[in-house]
Design a protein around this ligand. Sequence first.
Ligand SMILES: Cc1cc2nc3c(=O)[nH]c(=O)nc-3n(C[C@H](O)[C@H](O)[C@H](O)COP(=O)(O)OP(=O)(O)OC[C@H]3O[C@@H](n4cnc5c(N)ncnc54)[C@H](O)[C@@H]3O)c2cc1C
Length: 290
Amino acid sequence: MTSGTQIMEKVLFGVAKQWIAGSTIDEALATAKKSYRLGMNVIINKLGEYHTTRHQVEKTINEYKTVITSFSKWRIIGGISVKPTQLGLLRSKKECKCNFESIIKAATTSQTFVWLDMESSEHTDDTLEIYYGLFAKYERLGIALQANLQRSQNDLADILSIGGKIRLVKGAYRENAKTAFKSKGEVDRNYLKLMKILFKNGNEFGIATHDSAMIEGATTLAKQYPRKFEFQMLHGIRDELKLRLIKDGFALAEYIPYGTNWLPYSIRRLKERKRNILLLGSSFISRHKI
Ligand SMILES: Cc1cc2nc3c(=O)[nH]c(=O)nc-3n(C[C@H](O)[C@H](O)[C@H](O)COP(=O)(O)OP(=O)(O)OC[C@H]3O[C@@H](n4cnc5c(N)ncnc54)[C@H](O)[C@@H]3O)c2cc1C
């Protein structure tokens, strides 16, 4: 018999699958190939986070290495984006850094750019420390910074001072008011402020947002400060806008997650947009004829 939780999970997956390439590496690469053919850069992420066992961590490292070596077979120049807690940050910072290094070494031989995703603020210091240690040795390495955190302006200045590469995001994790901007207005204002600093003083950065106001801000700044940057958007969101930006001559990367651990990622996407919750409700109703 199917339990209520199983039904709910099925309905949720029905909505979530628009954001996820599939469960296998080949499905991720096939999706990446389609986007690549449309003129997008691609960044692959294996779903999963907060790993605590050596087995989970090793499996993740091996999968990322397979993605890296498969890019050339699929004739894609791509990147990967990795969460520190999927490489063992909860086990030890030292272990996590070693694991990143082994992935980056594999990436370096195949021109693959590696991004460090930024998770909730309790991991920001460790993630930055790992980044600084590795960026001293490997250039093709970037890090996400979250505009919803009050500390990010200082972190951005520190990263720019060493020539580091930044992906600016609004921030997907629930944070407390002592350390974070809470209202959309405040987060947006900070995003625009940090973006301006990036255009003035940075180069080779990612403007990762689906928000038309932020994107318009970036296209205006790009005229004033000609910099090497790319827009970055998640797979399955604002596909028409992606093509329009490419047509207008902007570089754009699509972040493509794959894997079976799709629930936490999908819940973050659902929470970002009221319309997604409504979609979830209506697909539940139509499935069960409530
Ligand atoms: C490439 C990439 C990498 C990321 N990496 C990280 C990371 O490492 N750490 C982290 O904390 N977060 C990360 N995020 C998530 C990010 O922090 C935000 O949670 C997420 O991008 C939503 O914020 P937004 O900038 O799109 O603006 P929002 O304020 O969520 O949305 C603003 C507007 O965008 C439009 N929009 C949003 N979603 C849709 C949609 N589905 N369809 C149509 N229009 C839509 C709507 O007009 C909406 O009002 C990443 C995001 C991207 C794009």
